[in-house]
Write a protein that binds this ligand. Structure first.
Ligand SMILES: *[C@@H]1O[C@H](CO)[C@@H](O)[C@H](O)[C@H]1NC(C)=O
Ligand SMILES: *[C@@H]1O[C@H](CO)[C@@H](O)[C@H](O)[C@H]1NC(C)=O
Ligand SMILES: *[C@@H]1O[C@H](CO)[C@@H](O)[C@H](O)[C@H]1NC(C)=O
Ligand SMILES: *[C@@H]1O[C@H](CO)[C@@H](O)[C@H](O)[C@H]1NC(C)=O
Length: 435
């Protein structure tokens, strides 16, 4: 169970929860929690759940990694310098959220654009937009989750739009929380669904003083689940919202416990187990609904991906100048990932593995749902230089240096390291299609 922060600290933090800064404040909570955890749990030893690496020959042909069963451990590798320019930039792509358009916001250094991830035991190819579109022909790829799901889908749209212009066919919710694009040339669709906790929930429930999210542990969020039938590839990406104050309910509405709720008489149960239960509920529900559709309509297979936890890199307070101002990746072994980041990653990987085994027991080898973990935690951890930092706002230093300045050390500049997530995703889709 997590130790708590002093109440006044949370209140001070929550005070900053203006609409504009809501995500940043969340990550301040994260940072405080992280520091606290590191302090209190230094002695715990963590088992890294790396999969067995199977060597794949290094060759440039398109069959690399596509052999049936051949799988690469992408989380094991290093960032190497690269002279190549990103295939898109802040002016060539119109799908970048302002706060992540670092080039347009005047970030002066460009070194962070010139690194490639090299897995230890296999090849990761540069993103090939034409190949991606051909793999997505007559298919629908949906991203479901929080602002990092959005960050990843926007990276993907920028990468793909270098060869084909997407048509925005649907948009809903403030800040474009629900969107769907179509690539008419390939009858391919990409969409994003806002669902930061994945299960049924109420954000900042007014009856709870607006500080607490209300989670229903046994039900999925129907905003995306009701459309599962129409999705061929589903990418879940959530995690940071589980750190926020919350009240947890079971199917009967009974309170199971809470996270950070001293003003209510509920038991503090932290968020690690809740995150785990959430993934279990979500992944089970996907399988159960797929079983139903198979008997009904003989739908084709589904690929279900979980993007693992993406660590933040705050150093000090989020609104201090230079809260994440590194210009280069960490060197190998320079800094160890924090306890909380490692736990969140571990839970994600374990639940995906568990879902895959459960599926095998229930559906046998009949296909239908394939589960894959997109293990980005380690490679993301090594990129403290890839965040917008102060360049979440246009030209933050135009009026001179300021002590106090909001920093985004959570999301990723576009272009930037998150483009790599999509290179790995492309590889996964390629392997899935050749299964
Ligand atoms: C951005 O990309 C466009 C189109 O490829 C190119 O013309 C432009 O020079 C690029 N700008 C920068 C700053 O790299
Ligand atoms: C177009 O793609 C959708 C999935 O997004 C699929 O259901 C539909 O059958 C496709 N249309 C054609 C003509 O293949
Ligand atoms: C809180 O819950 C405990 C156990 O259910 C109960 O004994 C206690 O009276 C409650 N306190 C308040 C202030 O409701
Ligand atoms: C797999 O499909 C075959 C043929 O349709 C069926 O007989 C078998 O029961 C299925 N296996 C499972 C575990 O559902």
């Amino acid at each position: 169970m997590q130790k708590l922060l002093p109440h006044h600290q949370h209140q001070r933090v929550l005070h900053f929860l203006t609409k504009k800064h809501i995500f940043i404040a969340i990550y301040l909570l994260l940072l405080l929690a992280l520091l606290h955890l590191q302090f209190h749990q230094q002695k715990k030893s963590i088992n890294s759940p790396h999969q067995v690496v199977r060597s794949v020959p290094k060759e440039e042909d398109d069959n690399t990694n596509t052999r049936r069963g051949a799988q690469c451990d992408y989380s094991n590798g290093r960032w190497i310098r690269s002279k190549a320019e990103p295939i898109y930039n802040g002016t060539s792509c119109g799908t970048i959220k302002k706060g992540q358009n670092c080039m347009a916001n005047g970030r002066p250094d460009t070194g962070y654009l010139h690194w490639r991830w090299r897995p230890a035991a296999c090849e990761l190819h540069e993103f090939n937009p034409s190949l991606f579109l051909s793999l997505l022909e007559n298919k629908h790829l949906a991203f479901i989750g929080d602002s990092l799901a959005r960050n990843q889908v926007e990276s993907l749209m920028c990468l793909v739009s270098t060869v084909s212009s997407p048509v925005l066919v649907y948009r809903d919710g403030d800040e474009n929380k629900f969107r769907r694009w179509s690539f008419p040339s390939h009858n391919a669709s990409v969409s994003v669904f806002w669902s930061p906790l994945l299960i049924k929930h109420l954000e900042k429930e007014p009856s709870l003083g607006k500080n607490h999210n209300k989670l229903y542990m046994d039900s999925v969020d129907e905003r995306w689940a009701s459309e599962l039938d129409q999705m061929d590839i589903v990418v879940f990406s959530a995690g940071h919202w589980f750190l926020l104050p919350a009240i947890y309910h079971d199917a009967g509405g009974e309170v199971l416990g809470c996270h950070y709720c001293p003003e209510f008489n509920h038991t503090e149960i932290g968020f690690f187990d809740i995150y785990r239960k959430t993934l279990r509920t979500v992944l089970n529900e996907v399988r159960i609904r797929q079983e139903r559709t198979i008997t009904r309509r003989r739908r084709s297979d589904k690929l279900v991906v979980l993007t693992t936890f993406s660590p933040a890199h705050f150093e000090g307070e989020w609104n201090n100048a230079g809260a994440c101002s590194k210009l280069e990746p960490f060197r190998e072994g320079e800094k160890k990932m924090g306890y909380m980041d490692m736990e969140m990653r571990r839970i994600g990987v374990e639940e995906l593995k568990d879902a895959a085994e459960k599926k095998k027991r229930k559906m046998g080898e009949n296909g239908s749902v394939k589960y894959e973990a997109l293990e980005v935690s380690d490679l993301a951890w090594m990129r403290p230089d890839g965040h917008p930092g102060a360049y979440m706002n246009p030209f933050p230093y135009a009026q001179g240096f300021k002590e106090r300045m909001p920093n985004d050390c959570v999301h990723w500049c576009l272009p930037g390291p998150i483009d790599t997530w999509n290179e790995i995703l492309l590889d996964m889709i390629k392997r899935w299609k050749s299964d």
